[in-house]
Design a protein around this ligand. Structure first.
Ligand SMILES: [Zn+2]
Length: 397
């Protein structure tokens, strides 16, 4: 069976209902596409306490360097209200020039196109002048514990080394060729609790209202701005996501108040330096008596409630230029090099090799009627094919 056609490849993958954590046949289907191209395919099951076992796939073609990795995931988010879909979510129906299905853009479409691009590369040039591998997880949309992190560790432990990675997540806001991601902001979350003394609202001198304290502290988190952005990143931004007192009585001063926050930060900071800055702000605000005249400092504690995602920026020109040049050669315009948006598995891969991200248009991802323009599949395959040829140094590409 030939895998040079991204449309057929994608239809095959969409018809596998691989909602996280189910493999759904998607990795087996991918294995069937890769083996005839000469890939050695390994299936790796990752386990951890409290999370479902997850199937992952690692496939490599070639044994020499340079080594190019394509990374992605075959798992998909739930379909939501199936009756609301114009065409069944695992049918891969083509209508009006678009293929419908959960995962069409996020990101079975990217995988389908990269497989087709590799197949075409082999048809044109023979085996690659180095190695190409696929690192595909079934746990990107879930807790992401038994996915890319463990697969990378497993592969590195058996000696795998990579020179560059392309992640095939949907990166384009409106049209194919808009945007390559060359880095991602970091993400850090925490929850602060202010401890007061409960009492009667008419006798505030006998109580200590924690609402006054939580307002002082949250204001200090939001103002002044953490930075004004950097050459490659937008300004860091903190959002207070909830303030909780839970007090239904108007005549009672509550005993405590809590607030949660999330900050998306740029390369001005590391997670550690940012935590230190936040603590310094909170301590200063706690010492202020702006809303609490003649009171001792605000009594508070803080819990960092998430493993932070670290910020990163890729500076590998060979990788960025081959991809950016390939986009321009195929669609006729230069993609923006961006660091916007949420986190992705690239944050784990960057510890092993330079990584960039480029895939389909993301507009319908995670929505009812997720779908991809059939023409985009052909265009993305052309971009990937040109990228592969350029990265391996085929001058004519
Ligand atoms: Zn995705």
């Amino acid at each position: 069976m030939t895998s040079t056609d991204p449309i057929t490849n994608l239809a095959t993958l969409i018809r596998c209902p691989s909602v996280t954590p189910a493999e759904g046949g998607a990795l087996s289907a991918l294995e069937e596409l890769l083996k005839p191209l000469g890939f050695t395919v390994e299936r790796v099951v990752a386990k951890d306490t409290g999370t479902p076992d997850i199937e992952n796939l690692y496939a490599r073609l070639g044994s020499d360097g340079p080594h190019l990795m394509f990374a992605g995931h075959t798992d998909v988010v739930p379909v939501g209200d199936e009756a609301a879909w114009t065409h069944p979510p695992f049918s891969a129906t083509i209508a009006g020039g678009e293929m419908y299905g959960r995962g069409a853009v996020d990101m079975k479409g990217g995988i389908a196109c990269f497989v087709a691009a590799v197949a075409r590369h082999i048809e044109k040039y023979g085996a690659p002048k180095g190695s190409i591998s696929f690192l595909i997880t079934g746990d990107e949309e879930g807790p992401a514990i038994n996915g890319t992190v463990k697969l990378l560790q497993w592969a590195a432990a058996k000696g795998e080394r990579w020179d560059a990675c392309l992640v095939g997540e949907p990166t384009n806001p409106d049209a194919l060729g808009d945007m390559i991601k060359i880095g991602r902001r970091g993400s850090l979350s925490g929850r602060i609790t202010v401890h007061g003394v409960q009492g009667h609202a008419a006798y505030p001198h006998l109580a200590d209202n924690p609402v006054r304290g939580i307002l002082q502290l949250t204001e200090a988190l939001m103002d002044p701005p953490f930075d004004s952005g950097t050459e490659s990143f937008q300004p860091s931004n903190l959002e207070v996501t909830t303030i909780d007192v839970g007090n239904p009585a108007v005549n009672v001063i509550p005993a405590k108040a809590s607030a949660s926050f999330n900050i998306r930060f740029n390369d001005t900071w590391t997670a550690e330096s940012l935590m230190a800055e936040i603590i310094a702000r909170l301590d200063r605000a706690a010492a202020s008596d702006k809303l609490r005249p003649d009171r001792a400092p605000v009594s508070y504690d803080i819990v960092w409630n998430e493993r932070p995602s670290h910020v990163f920026l890729t500076r590998n020109n060979a990788l960025i230029d081959s991809l950016s040049g390939a986009v321009e050669a195929v669609v006729g315009r230069q993609p923006k090099l961006s660091t916007t948006g949420g986190t992705s598995d690239a944050r784990f891969i960057k510890d092993y090799c330079p990584v960039v991200e480029f895939g389909l248009v993301g507009q319908t991802m995670h929505m009812v009627d997720e779908r991809v323009a059939v023409a985009d599949l052909e265009t993305l395959t052309g971009i990937y094919e040109t990228f592969i040829a350029r990265w391996f140094g085929h001058a004519a590409a």
